[in-house]
Each structure stands twice: as C-alpha cells, then as structure tokens.
Design a binder for this molecule. Structure first.
Ligand code: DC
Length: 240
C-alpha cells in the first residue's frame, strides 16, 4: 500500500479542486469518494429505489462497478455518468444514500481496495476518521458558508444562490448529524480554512504538511517521485 493523504470537509470547501491539484503535483491517484456515493444514488434513482429501501440500496452499492477516471470522469457500470451525478437531485439523494450504514460499508471496502496498490489523495467526509484512520496526512478543509455558496454558484450558474444556500445547509446538517460516520474532523487532522485563499495557496499549505510528514522536510515533488512511480491513472477497485 502507498501513502494516503485524506482530505475531508463539508460541501463547497474546495476539496475537489484542491485534492485534484495536490494529487497532480505529487503524482498520486486522486479519489473523489463523493462521486462514488453519487453514482450509487444515480443508480438508485434510475431503478426507482426509494431512499428508505436500505436492503436494495446495499445491493446496488455492493454491485456498482464504479470507475474514477483521469480528469474527474466517472463511469458507472461502463457508462460515463460524469455529468449525470452532478445534478441537485442526485446531490440530495447521495446525501441520503450516504446515511445508510450498509451502503457506507460497501463504499469503504471499495475505497480501501483502490488504495491497496497506489498512493492516493482521497477526499470525502470520513476518510481520516473511518476509511484510513492511519492516513499519513489528514486535512480537514473548511470555508465559511457564504464562500461555499459562492463557489457552488460558479459551478451551477443556473441555480439561484438562495436555493444553493439552503441545499448546502440541508446537506451539511444531514452529513454532520447522521449516526453513521458523520462528517467530523479527525483528532489528528490539520484544520485548514480556505476562505479567501486561492487554490494554489491551499495546495501549497497542504504540500508543506506532506513534506513535513512524508518527506522529512525534503522537496515533496522529488519525494513523490521516489515514493511512487505511479502516475494518476484509472482508479478502480481490484476485483478479488
Ligand atoms: O463531496 P460530494 O458533495 O460529492 O458528496 C456527495 C454526498 O456524499 C455528500 O452529501 C456526502 C456524502 N459523502 C459521504 O458521506 N462520505 C464521503 N466519504 C463522501 C461523500
């Protein structure tokens, strides 16, 4: 197993942009675990599986063939679903699906398998607390709510900012208060507030921590080369 850099935090804190950037600079594989929950939610929606049908949702989660491709593309059962999983409806459903313990167990298993053979930058809500409690570097990335709404508004220009604000607030509430693996800062995570920072500044701050933890102060990019020969490729679980 390679190194794991865990980046957790609420929606809109900048996790995807930052995690992707850090992975590129380190030449680690970038894993967006939110996309995995979204893929299960999309499948549930298409099969008209209700968010309370825990048994069926678990079956879908276990059998979903989810591939995370370069440039953030996502494939579900062989189909490119990159755009389909980003609608507000699927965002809401993903948050509901992610509150089911058996669905989470299936996702965690897939996430651990992906990291068996690669150094990864993995972003989500429970990476530092549940998926990889021994991750070498743990970051809790936050930003103030108004800034998070502004960032989402750039991604979803057709949505009214007030609608986005209430959607984010509702997802935050559910993600933080659910019984199963709620969004929580790991005790040994570094808290980073990205409000008012550029992505480059946040990436630099994280790479400084990586340098301290992994490279004993040596240049991270150089160390990354020696730590892993791997370049970011398709991330998919190894079938056993
Ligand atoms: O990061 P995102 O917005 O794409 O995540 C979609 C939903 O999945 C979000 O409501 C929280 C949930 N999620 C989770 O519970 N655990 C993760 N590791 C990643 C995402």
């Amino acid at each position: 197993m390679g190194y794991v850099i865990a980046i957790d935090g609420p929606a809109g804190a900048g996790k995807s942009t930052i995690a992707r950037g850090v992975a590129e600079r380190l030449r680690y594989v970038y894993i967006d675990t939110g996309a995995m929950y979204r893929a299960v939610a999309l499948w549930a929606s298409r099969t008209q599986t209700g968010s309370s049908d825990a048994h069926k949702l678990e079956q879908l989660a276990i059998s979903a063939d989810i591939e995370l491709l370069p440039l953030g593309r996502v494939r579900l059962n062989g189909e490119d679903v990159t755009d389909a999983i980003r609608t507000p409806e699927i965002s809401a459903l993903a948050s509901q699906v992610a509150s089911i313990g058996t669905v989470r167990a299936a996702m965690v298993l897939k996430q651990r398998r992906i990291a068996e053979n690669a150094s990864v930058v993995m972003e989500g809500r429970d990476i530092g607390t549940v998926v990889f409690p021994d991750a070498r570097v743990k970051i809790f990335l936050d930003a103030d709510p108004a800034e998070r709404v502004r960032r989402r508004a750039v991604e979803l220009p057709d949505e009214h900012p007030d609608t986005l604000a209430s959607q984010i607030a509702e997802r935050d509430r559910r993600d933080r208060n659910r019984a199963e693996s709620p969004l929580l800062q790991a005790q040994d995570a570094t808290y980073l507030d990205s409000t008012g920072m550029t992505p480059q500044q946040v990436e630099d701050a994280i790479l400084k921590i990586v340098r301290e933890r992994i490279s004993n102060g040596r240049s991270h990019e150089k160390d990354a080369d020696t730590a892993t020969e791997r370049t970011a490729g398709t991330a998919t679980e190894r079938k056993s």
